[in-house]
Design a protein. Structure first.
Length: 257
């Protein structure tokens, strides 16, 4: 029995460390790409499906649908070198409530039909970004289903200070393993919400041919993976970069609704 318990604990520790390490890599990758696009080649373009291509597909009884997953602009929040557990949790709270850093509107070029509806998260950074990019010409609808996956920083000794990325990685790792979700949605619930978001975006794409969502890095990544499972093709993968977009397309029968 002791041997079985020892093996079980060892497996648990291994899974926890491995998951946390993967999360740390993701956060490191995101931290190195959080700057908004700075040159013309990195500009985000939001367009309707090419009309010539669509006409050719229509002639063969098909049509192309596409979904844009855009990440919000950078929040206007200074990051310190080290945090206690409670300070890291406060940073997360502030990150969800501060305004965005002003950005050049030319970093996102939009060419959509009039009155094309733009969907976004209900969190402030997403709403402000959506209004800054689309608000003058297109209606913007926010919904809680598109909010970012929540995170709760694990509690620790008040004198222990670590880089924010470490706190986030271990907290997210334990959340992914099914722990550390007191007061927030569980990983299972978050995945269900992401699948529901995908269902909604596909419905929009079937009606308008182009669905546009302005949301968050982790949610965008989860939606992208779920769409890929459903046969959508990733033609651009930048939805985890501030003001970047992932674009997915799918060719369907012309009469499919």
């Amino acid at each position: 029995m002791r041997k079985l318990i020892s093996i079980t604990l060892s497996l648990f520790v291994f899974c926890f460390v491995f998951t946390s390490f993967c999360c740390a890599k993701d956060y490191y990758s995101l931290s190195n790409t959080r700057k908004s696009p700075q040159n013309k080649s990195d500009t985000t373009y939001v367009n309707e499906v090419d009309s010539c291509l669509q006409s050719k597909l229509n002639a063969n009884g098909k049509r192309m649908l596409q979904i844009y997953l855009i990440r919000h602009a950078k929040p206007n929040l200074k990051k310190e070198s080290f945090y206690t557990s409670s300070e890291a949790q406060q940073y997360i709270h502030d990150y969800n409530s501060v305004s965005i850093t002003p950005f050049d509107p030319c970093l996102v070029k939009v060419n959509l039909k009039a009155n094309h509806i733009i969907y976004c998260s209900n969190l402030r950074r997403a709403q402000e970004t959506a209004l800054a990019i689309f608000g003058d010409k297109y209606p913007v609808v926010s919904d809680t289903v598109f909010r970012e996956f929540e995170i709760r920083i694990i509690e620790a000794n008040s004198i222990l200070k670590l880089p924010l990325g470490i706190w986030q990685a271990f907290s997210r790792g334990s959340w992914l393993l099914g722990f550390n979700h007191k007061g927030i949605e569980s990983y299972k619930q978050a995945k269900q919400r992401a699948r529901f978001a995908v269902d909604n975006l596909i419905k929009v794409a079937n009606v308008e041919e182009t669905a546009v969502l302005l949301a968050h890095g982790m949610l965008n990544r989860s939606i992208e993976k779920e769409l890929s499972k459903r046969g959508w093709k990733v033609v651009q993968k930048r939805g985890q970069i501030n003001l970047g977009a992932s674009i997915l397309t799918k060719i369907v029968p012309l009469k499919e609704q």
